[in-house]
Design a protein around this ligand. Structure first.
Ligand code: ZN
Length: 380
């Protein structure tokens, strides 16, 4: 007959072991708590001015994939203008400290950008595709470049440059220029904003202006850049970085870095296109000949509705942004944002050959009409 032990006897035997295990755990936990590291900053904080342990300029491995929204670029006409060219005879002109020519870098970036845009089915035109000028006269050369975009009625003219600072080799930041006052061509500013952000993301320069979006009047008051001044289409000029900075000049010699810059421009353009590119169309009178008392109807294409899809039947235009002007003066009109129509009843005094109607608005992404001008013909 086996001896039967009471359950209480088992508990009495195990109790010292259980207590020892619990006590041991408490001792280990107290030890870890006492030896815990002193609290430090949660993470490096570049926004508070300390960049020492946060290297924004460390470049990620190149990955030049096309984002899905690049499909909105399809069918656009973009003129790329690699700045300068054909002036190898001007020793030291537009060169970095060890002689890298800006014209050469501009062309390399433009060619890489053409490759990206062509993959997205953009009609790309380069103002030059060799180390050559369009005209031996500098002023005529600039006029010839923008004339290409005007004749094509391009959706964008993009002049690609790199900057130089004669006074300091340390300067190196990104800037994008538009012409004249902000209301001169809001559509140009839309493109400029996206290009600036694309370049900032791609190049990751440590210096950053308070705003890198600059009027060319800041350089030439009242005149601006000739290549932008002559534009009848959206036009911007990028100065991605400073070739006068020795470190930047070294980077600019590297084709992978040039391609990275082109990719930043490409992403900027893809985001610009995905935000919708508004247009206006004269739909009445069909022959474009305007008669007094006969209503003019303009279609407002916000660049988004026509894509269709969820919620896109709702208005995509900021109503208060609509501007209707004739030869620079505000014109009375009625607008229907659901039907996307503007109606104007012209008076006899208003109609004259070549009168220029300007219709602009901002869509929900803040994008303005690419070609806001409508030229009216006087009907008999
Ligand atoms: Zn330049």
């Amino acid at each position: 007959m086996s001896e039967r032990r009471s359950p209480l006897a088992d508990v009495r035997v195990l109790t010292p072991y259980v207590l020892a295990a619990v006590l041991g755990g408490v001792v280990v936990w107290l030890g870890m708590w006492a030896l815990r590291p002193a609290p430090g900053p949660l993470s490096p904080d570049p926004l508070r001015g300390s960049f020492s342990d946060y290297d924004w300029s460390a470049q990620p491995a190149p990955a030049f994939s096309l984002p899905p929204y690049a499909r909105f670029l399809k069918g656009l006409t973009i003129v790329l203008d690699p700045g300068h060219g054909g002036r190898g005879d001007r020793v030291g002109w537009k060169c970095g400290p060890t002689g890298l020519r800006e014209a050469e870098v501009n062309l390399r970036v433009a060619r890489f950008l053409r490759d990206f845009l062509t993959q997205a089915d953009v009609n790309v035109v380069l103002t030059r595709d060799a180390d050559a000028y369009l005209d031996p006269d500098d002023k005529k050369d600039l006029r010839a470049r923008i004339a290409i975009a005007n004749e094509l009625r391009a959706d964008l003219f993009l002049s690609i440059h790199h900057n130089g600072d004669d006074n300091s080799s340390a300067t190196n930041y990104t800037s994008v220029f538009y012409h004249a006052a902000p209301n001169h061509s809001p559509a140009s500013l839309d493109a400029a904003r996206h290009l600036l952000n694309g370049l900032n993301d791609a190049l990751r320069l440590e210096q950053h202006l308070n705003s890198g979006l600059i009027s060319d009047y800041a350089i030439f008051p009242g005149d601006g850049f000739a290549v932008l001044r002559g534009a009848w289409v959206p036009a911007v000029l990028t100065e991605a970085s400073f070739h006068s900075n020795p470190n930047e000049e070294r980077r600019l010699r590297d084709p992978v870095y040039n391609r990275r810059e082109a990719y930043g421009l490409f992403l900027g353009l893809a985001r610009w296109a995905q935000a919708g590119l508004p247009r206006v169309r004269l739909i009445q009178p069909k022959d474009g000949c305007v008669k007094a008392g006969k209503e003019i109807i303009i279609e407002l294409d916000d660049g988004l509705s026509s894509r269709g899809g969820f919620g896109m039947e709702l208005p995509q235009i900021h109503a208060e942004s609509l501007m209707v002007e004739l030869d620079g003066k505000s014109l009375s009109h009625t607008a229907d944002f659901t039907k996307r129509r503007v109606r104007i009843t012209p008076t006899r005094a208003m109609i004259k050959n070549g009168a220029r109607l300007r219709i602009d608005f901002a869509n929900l992404f803040g994008q303005h009409v690419l070609h806001p001008g409508v030229v009216l013909k006087a009907g008999s």
